[in-house]
Design a protein around this ligand. Structure first.
Ligand code: AMP
Ligand code: ZN
Length: 114
C-alpha cells in the first residue's frame, strides 16, 4: 500500500533491522524498544489492524504467532516469558496502520498496561 511505513519496510524500500522473513511474515527490531527484546511481526499483506482480519486470514494470524515463538526462542526469553500485543485503532494506541504484533520480553512486564 502506497504511503504505508510497514509496507515499505517489508518491501525493503526503507531500512530496518530484519531478523526473520519467511516470505509471508517479517520480524524487525522496534526502532524505539520498550524492553530488551522488542520485535515487531508483520505480514507482507497490508491489513490495517486486527479489527480487519477475516477468517480467510486465520492461517496468517497463526503464522505471526509461530514466528513470534521462534523469535522468543532465538532471543532466549521463551522460558522467562514475554508479552504479545497488537494495538488496534486510536484507543488501542496504534500508530502504524499496518497489522503488527509486538513481542516484548527480557524484563518483567507490568499489568495493567497504560
Ligand atoms: P503501534 O504504536 O502499536 O502502531 O506500534 C508501532 C511501532 O513501530 C512503535 O513501537 C514504533 O517504535 C515502531 N516503529 C516506527 N517506525 C519504525 C521503524 N522505521 N522501524 C522499526 N520500528 C518502527
Ligand atoms: Zn502496509
Amino acid at each position: 500500500m502506497n504511503g504505508c511505513l510497514f509496507c515499505d519496510i517489508v518491501a525493503r524500500k526503507l531500512p530496518a533491522e530484519v531478523i526473520k522473513d519467511d516470505g509471508v511474515v517479517v520480524a524487525i527490531r522496534d526502532v524505539n524498544p520498550q524492553a530488551p527484546t522488542h520485535v515487531l511481526l508483520m505480514p507482507y499483506e497490508h491489513i490495517t489492524s486486527a479489527a480487519e482480519l477475516t477468517p480467510a486470514q486465520d492461517a496468517l494470524w497463526a503464522r505471526l504467532l509461530h514466528i513470534a515463538q521462534e523469535v522468543a526462542i532465538d532471543d532466549g526469553i521463551v522460558t522467562s516469558g514475554y508479552r504479545l500485543v497488537t494495538n488496534v485503532g486510536r484507543d488501542g494506541g496504534q500508530t502504524v496502520a499496518h497489522l503488527h504484533l509486538h513481542l516484548l520480553g527480557g524484563r518483567r512486564m507490568r499489568w495493567p498496561p497504560g
